[in-house]
Unconditional design. Structure first.
Length: 242
């Protein structure tokens, strides 16, 4: 058996649901999981995903999970990637923006976990990967503001708590905390001056790629990470340490 075949077998045959997967990090994670042999259901409110799903709507999430179970016979992996960003000072954020941040970044995770965990239980275990942000540690990142950081800090707390509760059922829960990733959502913020300022804070001297995050997500979802749970791992090129 080749090294490539061994790697592929780590998620081969597993069924994965990836939220916010029409583009950006979510699309990269879905593609990487599929490359390694998983049966992937990408979900999003935007066109381009396999399933139309709004994480803010509990019924929409339930319908998506039911579809996955009906078509694939079960669910092994949940990737909570759907999220929205808010920038600017704390007092410039409107109540409407706050409500959207909480609805997508936090309530969306609540809905997806509560609907997906019973399906994962029926498979005898599995993995949940949550996409957080370096903002959880800094109270705001290079662009994300304090309110965005607060929702991502909550995702980290959820990750730790779920790992403790679900560990006895062989369900592992981990999070990834990217810094600035060169996604479509971020590119509009990256003026030449902003890019220079951000890169000056990153010891490795470049922005993260979508694949940098996707590689770790696949590893955490795979059996290779079978003794890792409750962790939040930064993919930031050293941003948090400067």
């Amino acid at each position: 058996m080749s090294a490539e075949e061994k790697t592929a077998l780590e998620v081969a045959g597993k069924v994965a649901l990836v939220t916010g997967a029409a583009r950006g990090i979510g699309a990269a994670i879905a593609a990487k999981l599929a490359t390694h042999g998983a049966r992937v259901y990408s979900a999003d409110v935007a066109p381009g995903a396999r399933l139309r799903m709004d994480v803010r709507d509990r019924a929409s999430v339930r319908a998506a999970v039911d579809t996955v179970e009906h078509e694939a016979g079960g669910l092994d992996i949940l990737v909570n990637n759907a999220g929205v960003l808010a920038t600017g000072p704390f007092d410039a954020t409107t109540a409407e923006t706050w409500d959207t941040l909480v609805a997508v970044n936090l309530t969306g995770v609540f809905h997806c976990v509560q609907e997906a965990v019973p399906a994962i239980r029926r498979r005898g275990g599995g993995a949940i990967v949550n996409i957080a942000s370096v903002s959880h540690e800094r109270g705001g990142g290079a662009f994300g503001n304090v309110w965005y950081g607060a929702t991502k800090a909550a995702v980290v707390a959820i990750t730790r708590g779920l790992a403790r509760e679900l560990g006895p059922e062989r369900i592992r829960v981990n999070a990834i905390a990217p810094a600035v990733v060169a996604t479509e959502m971020v590119r509009s913020l990256l003026t030449p001056e902003a890019r220079e300022r951000v890169l000056a804070r990153i010891p490795l001297g470049r922005l993260a790629s979508e694949d940098d995050v996707a590689e770790l997500a696949v590893y955490l979802a795979s059996d290779r990470a079978s003794f890792i749970t409750g962790e939040t791992i930064a993919v930031d090129g050293g941003f948090l340490r400067t």
